[in-house]
Design a protein around this ligand. Structure first.
Ligand code: PLP
Length: 392
């Protein structure tokens, strides 16, 4: 008899990220000679600025290539503390700051440290697939808060309040949001802080797109308690400084919780490479014109893609106010999201993600990451118009 490989319930619960699956398929098609326009992966098409690369290279040459403190080098934690003071209006102590290999694992560590199997985690639906995957891997119970298009896809405190139970440990919010580009108002954010305070639960604020807002200033719930009691703030370098491959992010939170997350980091990755962390110091302390120019550029692309998508037969799209995602409604095409996403990739070489990759409420939507060239956007719009016109 063939021995069946034993797999744990954690192994069986692993979901991963849909973007990587679509990217692999798109690359496969490219290898077969098909021209593919990429809108599936959520990363800047810019390269990391030279001054940041140089800081890492200098650190390597200096010999900063050994293990370092698991929480992060002091220079970076201090730079992050100053950055939070500048952008969120309070200065956390360095022992409230944890540096991690990207924001993504910090989401997992935070959930693992605040919730037990079967506990409720409130999260936006649709949302970043890693929340759903981390919740599943940890055996937690996802409680989806629907983001409604008629509310600009903003998470409503009233909806959140309705779903809080004695088993709720944490509310996840994300503004600007992936995959909708929605930006919550100051009042809505305050409403979530009120609920967290009243019910004595954690509020996890994923602010990875905090520097990519088009029309307004960034608001964070972290100011309320200075991340001393129940607010956890996650941000990073991937999106703002085009550093997705460097794996660098950070979390600010209550120091007891941060010290537990630090132990998780010690257990799993030991520490973030020091030369990567020196690049992070330069990103925060060096010139910021790169971020401003990139954001202005994305705004131009947003205007082109959103007005273009609104002309595609069967599509309608509201304006995202931050991040770099358009989330058109495709319900009038009569097709399911994954069906349309697959057809567009195979037939016209336009790679998108189905809305359902982000949660059940994503049915009837596609996500386009428009951090790609204006030429690619224009070409994709032409292909879409022609193809959707034909099959309508
Ligand atoms: C909302 C959100 N949070 C976190 C991340 C992960 O960022 P990092 O590259 O820092 O792990 C992403 C990446 O797409 C994201 O969209």
């Amino acid at each position: 008899m063939v021995n069946q490989m034993y797999l744990s319930s954690t192994a069986k619960a692993l979901l991963g990220q849909a973007a990587f699956k679509v990217l692999a398929k798109a690359k496969d098609l490219e290898r077969q000679g098909k021209n593919v326009l990429h809108f599936e992966i959520g990363e800047p098409d810019y390269n990391t600025p030279e001054n940041i690369k140089k800081a890492a290279i200098e650190a390597i040459k200096r010999g900063d290539t050994n293990y370092v403190n698991a929480a992060g080098i002091l220079e970076l934690r201090e730079a992050i503390s100053e950055e939070i003071e500048k952008t969120r209006g309070f200065k956390p102590s360095v022992n409230q700051v944890l540096v991690g290999p990207g924001a993504n694992p910090l989401i997992y560590f935070a959930l693992a440290c605040v919730a037990d199997k079967g506990d409720d985690v409130l999260l936006p639906d649709p949302s970043f697939p890693s929340y759903i995957a981390a919740i599943a891997a940890l055996g937690l119970n996802p409680v989806y808060i629907p983001l409604r298009e008629e509310n600009g896809f903003r998470m409503s405190p009233e909806d959140v309040a309705e779903h809080v139970t004695p088993k709720t440990r944490i509310i996840i919010m994300n503004s600007p949001q992936n995959p909708t580009g929605a930006v919550m108002t100051k009042d809505e954010i305050n409403g979530l802080s009120d609920i967290a305070e009243d019910k004595k639960i954690y509020l996890f604020s994923d602010e990875i797109y905090s520097k990519l807002l088009y029309d307004e200033k960034h608001h964070s719930p972290a100011f309320r308690d200075g991340c001393n009691e129940r607010t956890l703030l996650v941000d990073g370098f991937s999106k703002a400084y085009a550093m997705t491959g460097w794996r660098l992010g950070y979390c600010v939170g209550p120091k007891e919780l941060i010290s537990k997350m630090e132990l998780m980091l010690q257990t799993t990755v030991s520490c973030v490479p020091p030369f990567v962390q020196y690049a992070g110091v330069e990103a925060l302390k060096g010139p910021q014109d790169f971020v401003v120019n990139m954001r202005d550029d994305y705004k131009k692309r947003r205007d082109v893609i959103v007005s273009g998508l609104n002309k595609v037969p069967g599509f309608s799209c509201i304006y995202p106010h931050g991040a770099f995602y358009a989330f058109p409604n495709i319900k009038d095409t009569g097709m399911k999201s994954d069906e349309l996403s697959e057809i567009l990739l195979e037939r016209i070489g336009v790679a998108t993600l189905p809305g359902t990759a982000f949660g059940p409420q994503g049915e009837g939507y596609l996500r386009f990451s428009y951090a790609t060239s204006l030429d690619a956007i224009k070409e994709a719009l032409e292909r879409l118009n022609e193809f959707m016109g034909e099959i309508a």
